[in-house]
Design a protein around this ligand. Structure first.
Ligand code: SF4
Ligand code: SF4
Length: 689
């Protein structure tokens, strides 16, 4: 490449060789960046441990999918595409930016491997990348300033609007693209001036446009443009690098690690302390998170990595019904607190309880553990483990919400949150059709299959209909099954997620013993919470199945056949329960069961499958009276009506009770019916006479 202009490495600025500046800027920039990162790592070094170095091949696969391929971004199409353009552009241009830095003191430097044809291809691509990134920055800035999507807004209780920071960073990125292109274009314009063979600039790129604009300029004008655009690019590049760890753009650095160390097992809850076995829990001095350092290093990495995109809160049902919880701000408040307590300059501040200082009790209790926030987060941040840990901390200090004290006491005393006597556990079976048997299993009386009911289905009058339908289906299909009767305690699923770990351990031990005594080889449950608990929170018992899996198998084996739906007015929709769908990925099975019924007209709600909207039942929420504008069940009933459905089919007792309540309290009684999948199947089951 022939140089018509003096390159930055040979130029002088105010009589001083410019290469000195070209060395000084990266030395100071990299030094400052290393110092800032070292300070930012302090809280992580003080945090609780979290072993996330297992299953490396899977973790690398996740990095390729969620980080490199930006898998979650298109869930919000416009913002997602803009982000992907900027991200890919950044990856391509990072090579160019590094070579440019070196060119400042080593004229003619070319990145190894980029000197031949590959270099020409790269140069072609990077000019288009710079142009697309520049345009994406303009669109993103216009969108943030003028259209202000709802999910970016900052309610007054959470501080000031974040638009200025976002636009400032977009401006920095845009400026990097402009100066990089100007540097190149001024050089090409000078070559043309001198009648030389000019470097090729891809048409319609920023550099191409600038070369056209500068085409008539003299060398005396082009030289300062060339030198100043180089140094402005250099300065902005290192300023940007050091600015990243001060706000939401820290994700540019941290997101790859956040994805690499993401949670791999859906539906699970972290142990009270990693490395402390369940048997050793009694020896622990403290449970959960009371001070910031009691979060794990991965929790803190989450805080650093949040992009402030608002997708979590946009999908949070608690936020949607006006509960005092916004997952986005849970993270942003934590990050602000981290920055304040562990500043880049100055002393680390003394520790203090986080509840009261950073979080309110109400926001910690308001979560249903539905997982919508985690499903949506483009950088794979986690919420449920943090919230459960904060609850563990509150419970240890005796801070249990008033409305939950009674059910918790009942769980301790009676093994169920309703406070019902154990002997009443099978009262519902008295109303079964004649000939329908329910065997109670124990050491001397076994079956192949255990029907694990869990408390809600056993004791709630409406939900007992699920138990009746299920046992009738088992009988009709000739399945050898039994129940544990009074030996069955609450699965403890909600208790664990509520933060009452020791109570959960007691319930788990009692159930494990009863299940193993019953000698069954498989377990079926109608309750996704029990399904999740038995498979994810228990060990040493047979694998549990959800009833929908059992029913689909019977359909596929031609054991279960249906009469057609004859009422053409009926429009069905399926509501995905969080603990069947998001936490266990059983989306298709219940739908296939429904679709096996001839003539069944099924429509989908807008929010379905992995973006389903929680009914409000998870995490002991059935008993919690939260401050809210409306019930989640009401909102879900409205969504079903908007989809044109008049029958909502659920596959979870919590959903049944909450959605029926939602239909009633929304004044839609008589217009929308709610039924469990077992009730639907029993209603249309073909029974040969
Ligand atoms: S788990 Fe559900 S309720 Fe809890 S913060 Fe996330 S989206 Fe909101
Ligand atoms: S936690 Fe995730 S989804 Fe929520 S604002 Fe941050 S990056 Fe977005």
């Amino acid at each position: 490449m022939e140089h018509v202009l003096i390159s930055p490495a040979n130029a002088t600025i105010l009589g001083i060789p410019a290469w000195i500046l070209a060395v000084l800027i990266p030395v100071v920039g990299i030094g400052a960046f290393a110092y800032i990162i070292a300070r930012r790592l302090i809280p992580l070094a003080k945090a609780e441990s979290d072993p996330r170095f297992d299953r490396i091949p899977l973790r690398i696969k996740n990095v390729l999918k969620f980080w490199l391929a930006q898998y979650k971004q298109p869930r919000y199409m416009l913002a997602g595409v803009l982000h992907i353009v900027i991200f890919i552009g950044f990856l391509i241009l990072s090579v160019r930016s590094i070579s440019l830095v070196i060119v400042g003191f080593n004229e003619g430097f070319v990145m190894p491997g980029l000197s031949g044809a590959l270099g020409d291809v790269y140069n072609f691509l990077k000019d288009y990348a710079a142009t697309l990134v520049f345009l994406a920055c303009i669109v993103a800035a216009v969108r943030r300033i003028f259209f202000k999507p709802e999910r970016y807004k900052v309610p007054p209780e959470y501080g000031e609007d974040h638009t200025a920071e976002a636009v400032f960073v977009l401006g920095l990125i845009g400026a990097l693209m402009v100066f990089e292109s100007l540097f190149e274009a001024s050089h090409v314009a000078a070559q043309l001036q001198e009648g030389m063979q000019a470097e090729f600039l891809p048409p319609l790129t920023l550099a191409w446009f600038f070369s056209k604009i500068l085409g008539g300029a003299s060398t005396a004008v082009l030289q300062p443009i060339h030198t100043s655009s180089y140094f402005l690019h250099d300065l902005i590049f290192f300023f940007f690098l050091c600015y990243l760890p001060f706000g939401k753009h820290f994700h540019v650095i941290t997101s790859i690690f956040n994805v690499l160390f993401m949670k791999l097992d859906r539906g699970t809850i972290k142990p009270v302390r990693h490395g402390v076995s369940e048997e050793e829990l009694d020896n622990l001095e403290s449970f959960g998170v009371k001070y910031f350092e009691e979060f794990t290093w991965k929790n803190m990495l989450d805080f650093y990595t949040c992009v402030d995109c608002g997708r979590c809160s946009d999908n949070c049902p608690a936020n949607a019904v006006g509960r005092p919880l916004s997952p986005r701000f849970l993270t942003l408040k934590s990050r602000d607190y981290m920055f304040e307590r562990f500043p880049v300059l100055g002393d680390i501040q003394p520790k203090e309880p986080v509840v009261g200082k950073v979080f309110s009790e109400d926001e910690i209790w308001a979560c249903t553990t539905c997982g919508a926030c985690e499903e949506e987060c483009p950088v794979l941040n986690e919420y449920i483990n943090k919230i459960v840990d904060l609850r563990r901390g509150l419970i240890e200090e005796g801070n249990v919400p008033q409305s939950l004290q009674k059910p918790l006491g009942a769980l301790e005393k009676r093994g169920n949150p309703y406070g019902m006597m154990e002997k009443k556990k099978l009262d519902w079976s008295k109303d079964l059709p004649e000939g329908t048997e329910v065997k109670v299993l124990d050491k001397n009386n076994s079956s192949d299959t255990l029907y694990f009911m869990d408390s809600a289905t056993a004791f709630d009058e409406r939900l007992q209909e699920i138990a009746k339908a299920t046992t009738t289906l088992f009988n009709n299909l000739g399945t050898d099954f039994g129940v544990l009767g009074k030996a069955e305690k609450d699965s403890g699923h909600e208790v664990k997620r509520f933060g009452e770990e020791m109570l959960f351990q007691t319930l788990k031990e009692q159930n494990t013993e009863a299940i193993n005594n019953s000698g069954v080889s498989n377990i079926i449950t109608t309750d996704p919470h029990a399904y999740n608990a038995l498979n994810k929170d228990y060990s040493g018992i047979p694998q549990a199945e959800h009833i929908s899996q059992y029913l689909l198998r019977q359909i596929r084996n031609n054991q279960l056949k249906f009469n057609p739906v004859t009422d053409s007015e009926l429009v069905f929709t399926y509501h995905d329960p969080c603990y069947l769908g998001r936490h266990n990925l059983l989306y298709d099975v219940p739908r296939e069961v429904m679709d096996s019924i001839p003539g069944l007209n099924r429509v989908e709600m807008d929010r379905c499958r992995d973006s389903s909207f929680c009914c409000g039942g998870g995490g002991l929420m059935l008993f919690y009276e939260s401050e809210e504008d409306m019930r989640m069940g009401q909102k879900r009933a409205q969504m079903a009506a908007e989809a044109g459905a008049n029958v909502i089919v659920v596959a979870c007792p919590y959903c049944l009770v909450n959605l029926e309540d939602g239909v009633k309290t929304s004044g839609m009684e008589g217009q929308i019916q709610v039924m469990d999948l077992t009730e639907l199947v029993l209603q249309y089951m073909y029974v040969s006479s």
